[in-house]
Design a protein around this ligand. Structure first.
Ligand code: FAD
Ligand code: SF4
Length: 488
């Protein structure tokens, strides 16, 4: 298990006492939560510039005062990588932002990423004591982003200290947040870590999925560079299971393997017309735009830039796809979602931003057929109108068809974003792994060890499509589990 004793030790430092006495809790709670400055919606719906602009120093210093430095900080329980939240926030309050950034890096490999895309409202901020006092939670995510950005922009980036090399080589399959988080913790503990990535870019979904206007690639690259400086080696364009087999990895001398190959296999609805030209998965659409510049004039592999674009689904992937389509010139960019807005899995902020950018929401609608023109290109979709019934296994109210209520809408591009399945190559080629009926790898919940003793697994390949921070938490847990196995 991850050692959390140090969290308590660090809470006895004298400067924290001074801060506590500098302002009464009542005064701290009375400070209103900061608002994130944003680009104007009209401008940004035609631009790839980052939408959220980040806090100023003055805003961050004031927001940091809102944190009550709770003796038993519940916010840390909501953070899968166990960032010492009060310590980093109080470092901001005393204007030691570099120290705040160092605190973040003690447990998080990707603070600038998490400060941008982590669903804080469901994680740390949902546990903040302010909620029990009828006050909005401390803006932990905004402050995290602020500290990481401030350090990066200051030009003096701290590299986390690493133990002396212990001569044990470890391989990581996949360079998404799970793989990167694992690599960071193993490098800190003195292991030689090599990350194998199938694509030509490091970062997994952070690069090929989440668009620049939410998470600029340059920011991901800085956090990857820190790992390089910690000694982590990256090998791209290498598909484990094809270019290198499991047996090859063992023959190369790796004594531990962490599988973090994600869930990038798109699901489809299998309805009539889904094979028409102009109907594609969100994975294909976003990867081609984000990694291959398929929207640019000079590209060899252009993607069709639709004017009437329907995106099917209500998650982050759907929001990213529809907002991308809008930026690429869609006059009508529509979300088609079979439940109501309340059940949408996308982050509240993404839905708000999408609405401000003119996205049309066809909630309680479900596609049942696409029809095409004489060239086999999609031109219309038939939508079944839905209503909400009783809650299903997920606890959300189940969408039920309204008999006979359908609607036909003109479209020239349909992007299907209804979920993903695990990448099958590693589960199929590492003989001896225990695989679930969904294709995920089954692991020991405490250590993330698989049925192959030297192989651990985490992130979306174990959970199915989940979140960045859950994948990172798995990376840390697997690193702790593997290190313990070397000790035992
Ligand atoms: P991935 O990020 O998928 O990384 C897996 C990596 O493994 C990939 O780079 C892949 O190329 C590589 N790989 C696969 N097979 C092999 C192989 N055989 N050999 C070598 N390499 C291999 N989550 C949030 O928390 N907030 C968000 O705002 C958010 N937005 C999202 C938007 C989109 C468009 C998508 C698709 C997902 C989003 N998510 C979001 C979910 C989140 O990105 C994922 O849960 C997370 O990236 C999973 O991390 P991972 O490391 O397990 O896998
Ligand atoms: Fe600060 Fe909220 Fe955490 Fe308490 S729960 S330490 S107020 S962030």
């Amino acid at each position: 298990m991850i050692n959390t004793e140090y969290l308590k030790e660090q809470r006895t430092e004298a400067w924290r006492e001074v801060l506590r006495k500098s302002m009464k809790n009542k005064e701290r709670v009375a400070v209103p939560r900061v608002k994130m400055p944003e680009l104007d919606p009209e401008y940004r719906s035609h631009s790839y510039d980052e939408v959220n602009l980040g806090l100023s120093l003055e805003q961050a210093l004031l927001e940091a005062k809102r944190c009550l430095d709770c003796p038993e900080p519940s916010c840390i329980n909501g953070c899968p990588v166990e960032v010492n939240i009060p310590k980093f926030i109080k470092n901001i309050e005393r204007n030691e932002v570099g120290e705040a950034a160092k605190t973040l890096k003690e447990t998080s490999t990707l603070p600038a990423v998490c400060g941008r895309v982590c669903p804080q409202e469901k994680q740390c901020e949902s546990q903040c004591i302010h909620l029990k006092m009828n006050s909005q939670p401390v803006a932990i995510g905004y402050l995290e982003r602020f500290a990481a950005d401030f350090e990066r922009e200051s030009g003096s980036i701290s590299i986390p200290p690493c133990a002396e090399n212990n001569g044990i080589s470890i391989a990581v399959v996949g360079s998404g947040p799970a793989g990167l988080s694992f690599a960071g913790d193993m490098a800190k503990a003195g292991y030689s870590v090599t990350v194998y990535e199938a694509l030509h870019e490091i970062g997994g979904v952070l690069k090929y999925g989440i668009p620049e206007f939410r998470l600029p690639n340059a920011i991901v690259d800085v956090e990857i560079e820190i790992l390089r400086q910690m000694g982590v080696r990256f090998i791209t364009n290498c598909i484990v299971g094809k270019t290198l087999t499991y047996e090859d990895l063992l023959a190369e001398g790796y004594r531990g393997i962490f599988v973090a190959s994600g869930a990038g296999l798109p699901n489809f609805m299998n309805i009539p017309g889904e094979n028409l030209s102009g109907v594609l998965s969100s994975n294909e659409y976003l990867t081609r735009v984000n990694l291959m510049g398929a929207n640019k004039k000079e590209t060899d592999t252009p993607v069709f830039l639709g004017k009437k674009v329907a995106v099917i689904g209500g998650g982050n992937t759907a929001m990213d796809s529809v907002r991308t389509a809008r930026r690429l010139g869609a006059e009508q960019a529509m979300i088609v979602y079979r439940r109501s807005e309340e059940e949408m899995p996308a982050r509240v902020e993404e839905v708000k931003h999408a609405k401000e950018e003119g996205i049309i929401f066809l909630n309680l609608h479900n596609p049942i057929q696409y029809t095409g023109d004489e060239k086999g290109r999609v031109k219309q979709m038939v939508l079944q109108k839905m209503e909400l019934g009783e809650p299903d296994a997920s606890g959300r109210r189940k969408p039920v068809e309204i008999p006979g209520a359908t609607e036909t809408i003109d479209v020239d591009l349909v992007i299907v974003a209804i979920g993903v399945s695990p990448n099958p190559l590693v589960p199929n080629t590492f003989k001896g792994l225990n695989i679930s009926k969904w294709g995920t790898i089954i692991v020991n919940q405490e250590t993330l060890q698989t049925d192959l003793p030297e192989v651990y697994a985490g992130g979306d390949i174990v959970r199915g499509g989940a979140t960045v921070i859950l994948a990172m938490g798995d990376g840390r847990k697997a690193a702790a589990g593997m290190q313990q196995a070397f000790v035992d």
